[in-house]
Design a binder for this molecule. Structure first.
Ligand SMILES: Cc1ncc(C[n+]2csc(CCOP(=O)(O)OP(=O)(O)O)c2C)c(N)n1
Ligand SMILES: [Mg+2]
Length: 671
């Protein structure tokens, strides 16, 4: 047992480093970091199991930080275990430093998730816990049962609505591999918490099926006891509510207490207040970036303990692998991040099917061929057709993770964040479905998946106004334009941050899914129709969908006009072409499942498909901006400029001009 005095000294060391980082950067958040230091220090010095020599060890415990603004606390802690240098701490928030203002996922450095948008980070942790349970059940590797997901949440995260979803999921699935610490310091950015929350948080989490412990979160002995108890809980997730002191140890310039003060939330302590604080915590304001000798010893001792713990765990893994070589090889493949091998010839599509049904046909094959895939739906599996997957497996349940379907309930953001957490954990390929219009509830998560370069598959069906009988609330209009913006935004590796595919018919849907599965380093969005769609003309070379835009079979040489669209509008163009040809007009039809992918092709390919100077007509059930960039000054786009209306879809097609006749009329007008 470590001496409590040394633990307290280490926590003060973290406080000094965190406050000094912010002071040096002249920006950041010292208060929360100082309050949470005791918990993170006890966790890392006594409980968190990881392999210092093998940071991406699959069986490691994981620490998910929800309040990214407490980054200085995490970076300082990681400096104590040697993952960051003291010089790097001094580069907080600077260009090119590994210590950005809010942490960005970097597992080699001990950072499991990007955090910043409050609420998402802890939900990623819940997703990771699901992945660990899934892997335990699907590989039999005992290491996954020994893995604990530690989560750190603050007042902001608890207030975010997503926390209700995350807590519900963890409760219903009985995620006893979750230990979440709530840093309850009664202070937030602009007010005291009492002004905006008076809930009984412990009762709330208990009602959602959690075991809850309430402690003084600045008391190392109580923290230790609570972690022990939380780890021992069976069949439920555990929450430790730690009452902490914001800005613990902070003094104002006159030497009076600067604790429990909103001002320390997001600004340097400043000048004399900073100097007095460092002195109060036992540091030297002229030389604050040091690790105390006894703290070095504490962590050297932990490193030794970890060697023994990891050796034992890895020996267990090796024994399992020796007995189960096939499972072990599969597990290695799953964690490699490589695209799974899929025999796409096994997918059979029905002619003229809705692309959501075509997606179901693919999913039923993936369920059989990709044993590490988890598919989710937000209570729409029979509509978004993720039931194609579900029919081949069964749902994950408390105590039984042998299935591969995640019933998320009606909670799209929660579902998306859980899927992101699964991807962060590694070893699984997550996909999730709902109606396209509800992608609005998921955008914050898509953005995080894109930033973290995670290959989550988003399946969005009911892609346009043609869900008209449900009325305008269910009809996506501007959603495609929004999600396609993510195709224009590059990630830090210079790749389109998201791959967005809206296939034109059943066969093209198979191609879209192939591209989604082969995309291992960014999220993919699949936008699919509710209604049936006529097949593209015979002989169409669907493989070309991988170029983002291609010439549909049956197009004329030397066209007078190029018609372009994605999704079901392509078949409307085909119908319109028949009318145009009667007038002797030569037509090329281009299917554009992904503008982003098309723009990533060599310029000469782009020019060959959509040559400048040839008249162009675009048809989109979304905002015209979806195609305006490709049509340019060469023509016009017929799209939707208003919210939809309540009516059967064939009526809406007529009223809104999505007919062969209107294609004919609009094209004739530009020729
Ligand atoms: C989704 C989201 N909304 C708003 C913010 C801005 N913000 C950052 S921290 C914070 C207050 C957080 O209070 P708390 O979690 O109690 O942290 P503490 O002040 O205790 O450090 C806010 C509003 C954010 N980061 N994410
Ligand atoms: Mg707070």
């Amino acid at each position: 047992m470590n001496d409590i005095k040394v633990l307290n000294h280490a926590a003060d060391n973290i406080r000094i480093l965190a406050a000094s980082m912010v002071e040096k950067a002249k920006s950041g958040h010292p208060g929360g970091a100082m309050g949470g230091a005791d918990f993170i220090n006890v966790l890392y010095s006594e409980y968190l199991n990881y392999d210092p020599a093998d940071p991406c060890w699959v069986g490691r415990d994981r620490f998910f930080l929800d309040p990214g603004h407490m980054a200085p606390m995490l970076y300082s802690q990681l400096a104590l275990i040697g993952k960051f240098s003291l010089e790097e701490l001094q580069q907080l928030r600077q260009w090119g430093s590994p210590t950005p203002g809010h942490p960005e996922a970097d597992p080699k450095r001990g950072i499991e998730n990007t955090s910043g948008p409050l609420g998402q980070g802890h939900t990623f942790g819940i997703g990771a816990a699901i992945a660990a349970k899934f892997l335990a059940a699907h590989t039999g590797n005992p290491t996954f049962d020994k893995e604990t997901i530690y989560i750190y949440i603050s007042d902001g995260g608890v207030q975010e609505e997503i926390s209700q979803g995350a807590a519900r999921i963890a409760g219903i699935l009985g995620l006893d591999n979750v230990v979440m610490f709530y840093d309850s310091n009664d202070i937030q950015l602009s007010t005291e918490c009492a002004e905006v929350m008076n809930e009984d948080t412990a009762a709330k989490y208990r009602a959602l099926g959690w075991e809850v412990f309430e402690i003084n979160g600045n008391d190392a002995a109580q923290i230790r006891k609570a972690i022990e108890a939380a780890k021992a809980v069976k069949g439920k997730p555990a929450l430790i509510i730690g009452k902490t002191v914001m800005g613990k140890g902070a003094l104002k310039e006159d030497g009076s207490s600067y604790e429990r003060n909103c001002k320390t939330h997001g600004a340097p302590l400043g000048g004399d207040a900073y100097r007095k604080t460092v002195a109060n915590l036992g540091g030297d304001a002229d030389n604050p970036f040091v690790i105390f000798d006894d703290v070095k010893e504490l962590y050297a001792k932990r490193a030794e303990e970890l060697k023994a713990i990891v050796a034992e765990r890895k020996a267990e893994e090796a024994a399992w692998a020796a007995k189960n070589p096939e499972c072990a090889a599969a597990q290695a493949e799953w964690f490699s991040g490589k695209a799974p091998k899929v025999d796409w010839t096994k997918v059979t599509q029905k002619s003229g099917d809705a692309t959501r049904n075509a997606s179901a046909a693919v999913l039923s094959v993936l369920a059989e061929q990709v044993p590490n895939m988890i598919c989710a739906s937000a209570d729409l599996s029979n509509s978004d057709k993720t039931d194609g997957f579900l029919k081949k497996t069964h749902a994950l349940k408390a105590g039984d993770f042998s299935g591969a379907f995640f019933q998320a309930g009606v909670a799209e953001l929660t579902m998306a964040c859980c899927c992101i957490g699964m991807a962060l954990h590694g070893g699984v390929i997550p996909a999730c479905g709902t109606f396209f219009v509800f992608s609005d509830y998921m955008k914050p998560a898509v953005r995080m998946a894109a930033l973290m370069e995670l290959p989550v598959k988003f399946i969005w069906t009911h892609d346009a106004f043609r869900v008209g009988e449900d009325g305008p609330t269910h009809e996506p209009v501007e959603q495609e334009a929004q999600i396609r913006l993510m195709e224009k935004l590059k990630n830090h590796h210079g790749k389109n941050s998201t791959l967005v595919l809206r296939p034109a018919d059943a066969q093209e849907t198979t191609e879209a899914w192939r591209l989604a599965m082969e995309n291992t380093d960014s999220p993919t969005a699949l936008i699919l129709s509710r209604q049936n769609i006529a097949d593209l003309p015979a002989g169409n070379d669907y493989k070309q969908a991988e170029k983002g835009a291609y010439i549909v079979a049956g197009s004329d040489e030397n066209p007078d006009v190029i018609l372009l669209a994605s999704g079901s509008e392509v078949s409307t163009l085909v119908a319109g072409t028949e009318l145009l040809r009667k007038d002797g007009v030569k037509v090329r039809i281009v299917s554009v499942p992904s503008e982003g992918l098309f723009r990533s092709q060599p310029k000469d390919y782009q020019q060959a498909i959509l040559p400048c100077g040839v008249k162009k007509f675009g048809l989109t059930a979304g905002l015209p901006v979806n195609l305006e960039g490709l049509v340019g000054a060469d023509g016009c786009v017929w799209g939707l400029n208003s919210f939809g209306f309540s009516a059967p879809y064939k009526v809406l097609d007529e009223k809104l001009g999505f007919t062969a006749e209107n294609v004919y009329k609009q094209v004739k007008a530009i020729l």
